[in-house]
Design a protein around this ligand. Sequence first.
Ligand code: NAP
Ligand code: MG
Length: 502
Amino acid sequence: MDYFKNFINGEWKDSSSGKYTENRNPANTEDLIGYFPSSTKEDVNEAVKAAREAFKKWRLVPAPKRGDVLKVVGDIMLQRKDDIAFEMTREMGKVFAETKGDTQEGIDTAYYAASEGRRLFGYNAPSELPNKMNLSFRIPIGVGGIITPWNFPMAIPTWKIFPALVCGNTVVFKPAELTPKTANTLVKIIDEAMHEVLGKDYIPGVVNLIHGSGRVVGECFLENKEIDLISFTGSTVVGKRINEVGGRELKRVSLELGGKNAQIVMDDANLELALDAVLWGAFGTTGQRCTATSRLILHEKIHDKFLKMLVERVNKLKLGYGNDKGVDVGPCVSEAQRETVNDYVKIGLNEDKATLVAGGDYAKEGNLAKGWFYKPTIFKDVTPDMRIAKEEIFGPVLAVLKCNSLDNAVEILNGTEYGLSSSIFTNNVNDAFRAVRDIQAGITYINGATIGAEAHMPFGGVKATGNGHREGGWTVYDFYSEWKAVYIDYSGKLQRAQIDNY
Ligand code: NAP
Ligand code: MG
C-alpha cells in the first residue's frame, strides 16, 4: 500500500510524527487509496522556512518567466487530464465528467496565470509637479498559506496557488485531509514544470505541501509569523476563526465561505430549461458545492406543475461510483458529511409544514451500501424561517419555497446570511435586470444554474460568504500583490508636493 509524503524544500519527506491517515474511496470504502502523513508543527515550520528562503530568489525571477512555469503546468495537466480526473473521482466521489471539469478549471487558471505574467499591470499617473514622474507597480508579498476544502480538490488550490506564484510569492499548501492525493498530483506537476522551465536555476521551496488536519496544520499556519497571507476556502465557522487570528497578526486574509444559493423560477420561464438547471445545480457534486442550488423558489402559478416535473426526474437520477458510465450522482464525501445531511433531513421532517417529496434516506441498495450514498432529497412547502431554508447543508437536499411576485422572490432569496450564487429563470427582460440589481450575491445567473463559474471571472460572495475578496480572473491578482508607488523627480531641485505648487 502506498504511503504518501509531504513536499518541503523541493523534496518529498515523511512527517516528523511518523503517523498517517487513511484515504478511502467514498463510493466504496473497501477501496483504500493510500496513507497520508498527519503532519506536525515542526513540519509546518520547516516548510515555511523553506518558502521564506525561496522567496528571496523567486521574487527576482521575471514575472513572464514565472508565467512560463504555469504554462507548462497547464500543458501537463491537459495531457494527464483523464487520469487526474479518474483518481479525483475515486478520492472524493463526484462523477468523472465533473472531475474532468474541475481539472479543466485548473488548466484554464494555469493558462490565465501564464499570460498574466506578461501583464500584472500597474497604473501611471501624472505628477502634480513639473519634471517629475509617478509610477506604480505590483510587488510580491511573501509567503502564502493556502488552505482548501475537498469539494473542488484541483480547481480551488489552482485558483490560489497559480496567481500567488505568478505574483512572485512562495506558498505552503494544506489541502483538505479528505483529498490529499489530488494535492500530491498538483504539487508534483508544479515541481516538474519548475524543473523544466528553470533547469539548473531551479529554486527549491517555492511550493511546499503539508498534509494533515485543519486543527493541527491549519492552526499552525495561523500562528506562524512568517506566513504573510492566508487564502482560505471552507466553512464560515473556520473562516471567522482565521480572520480573527489573522487580523491580530496583520496577515492578509482572503475568505471564500459558505452559500445557501437559490434558483428562482418565474411563471413566464422556460420550464424545461429551468428543470435541467435545478437538477444540475442541486444534485451535481451531490450538492456539495459552495454554489449548489439549495433552495428553489417557484412562482405560485407554476409551482405544482414544476414540482411534479422535478420529482419525476429526481427519482430517475442514477446513483453510483462516479467512474462508472451512466452514473448521475456520486456519494457524499464521508460518513460525517452524510450524517450532517441526514440530520438536516430530520430537522426538515420535524417542521410541521414542510413535506418530503423525494429521497430522505441513505441509499443502500446493492453496491451503494459500500459507500456514503444519500438519496436526492426534496422538501416542499418550506418557508423562509425554517432551518433547512437558512443553513448550508452541503448535500443533495433541495428546499422548495413559493413566491407570488419578483419582489417576493428576491426577498426570499436574500433572506439568508450568505450571498454567493443565485439564479433566475424568466423571459421577461425587465424582471431579469431588476433581479441582477436587487439580488444580494457575488454571482447571478440569468436562465442558468447557480453553478458554472468560469476561471477568468471574479468568484466570491457577499455577506457571510466572505470578506470582500474575489478569486478568479484579474481580481485575484490584487490579493496576491501589494502596490508600490514610485516618484521620479528629474527637476534637479527639491520639489515639495502640496507646498511648492500651491
Ligand atoms: P472546513 O471544515 O472549513 O475545511 C476547509 C479547510 O480548512 C480544510 O482544509 C480543513 O482541514 C481546514 N481547517 C479546518 N479547521 C481549521 C482551523 N481551525 N484552522 C485552519 N484550517 C482549518 O470546510 P469543509 O467542510 O471541508 O468544506 C465545506 C465548506 O467549504 C462549505 O461550507 C462550503 O460552502 C465551503 N466552500 C466554499 C467555497 C467558496 O468558494 N465559497 C468553495 C468550496 C467550499 P481538514 O478538513 O483537513 O481538517
Ligand atoms: Mg477520501
